[in-house]
Design a protein around this ligand. Sequence first.
Ligand code: F2R
Ligand code: MG
Ligand code: MG
Length: 349
Amino acid sequence: GPAASLSRFRGALVAAVLGDCVGGEFEGAEEVPMESVLQHLSNLDDETKGSGILEYSDDTAMARCVVQSLLTRVGFDEQDMARRFAKEYSMSPGRGYGSGVIQVLKKLSSPQLSDVYQPAKDQFNGRGSFGNGGAMRAAPFALAFPDPADVKRCARQGAMLTHSCSLGYNGAVLQALAVHLSLQGAIDKPQQFISRLITEMEEVESNDETRNDARILKEAEKPFCERLHRVRDLMDRSTVSIEEVISELGNGIAALHSVPTAIFCVLHCLQPRECLPANYGGLERTIAYSLALGGDTDTIACMAGAIAGAHYGIEAIPQSWIRCCEGAEDAHVNAERLRMLYHRSSQGG
Ligand code: F2R
Ligand code: MG
Ligand code: MG
């Protein structure tokens, strides 16, 4: 529809890169004072204080593979995407990949491999990974396909190349759905947006794999639905501390402890907040707030960035911030290409 403007596509892809690049500074930190976040962000405005270009990590490296594969193959091709992940890792192994996923990426580069989904299934004694590595690279699926059924199917399959646990790949589906809805302006009505995500995830999580994984990991029967209900409860509160967000939603490396958190960051920062500078717009608030949660900051800011960028559009991102991020220019160009694929798909061609 007309709401899915080029500015929203660019906003989504560029703000994801931005979140990854600026979030890298605090990844793994237990406590991040807001003062440190604001200092880090204000250094980006000041060329004399800036530490030059901030490099992107595995989040962007893998998202770029997804983008290139979707564009080159004009749709989802698991063989091609797997090859790109493996090649990217072998060319640039120092991007801060998860310690488990490295095994998958090495196996994916074997020419003898017949089933590209098998290496992921072998992870963690056959249980598969529940890390957020599938979700961190899911946004491009929402930018390539207008039909939510395609978005869900491809985000799931794309994640399953490395994450075969339902708590991993369903996180990717949720992240892609959030970007999909945001692109269409759905965050203008935040209550309806969160309800729509809950309804979608009710269906996504109604199956035996989800029930089994949830039981083994001692989670609620529909883990992502349960977390989204917590997001809705926190949204309804007038004040929420960072500690409460971390204890209710998490800030960790598991998809379950980071995708709902990223969604909350976007919704919480729709309004000005006392802890954030009054001159910040919503996109800047979202990035700053994501970093202040600590934990998996590059990935939470990357996912929140994609959702917020699709909502506010590219104009909401300060030029001085974009200039500091490796890969931002490529994202700008590729967003337009993805939009052509998106509109091609919507014409049934
Ligand atoms: N890996 C990191 N950060 C750690 C330090 C990086 C540092 N900067 C450096 O350069 O060394 N960040 C990146 O990893 C996250 C995405 O991880 P992904 O792709 O999901 O990897 P993996 O290995 O599959 O899962 C991550 C960890 O989760 C635990 N885990 C997952 N499934 C499990 C299971 N079934 N049972 C037990 N544990 C499981 C393991 O500890 C995995 O290693 C992003 O944050 C990205 O930025
Ligand atoms: Mg990373
Ligand atoms: Mg991370």
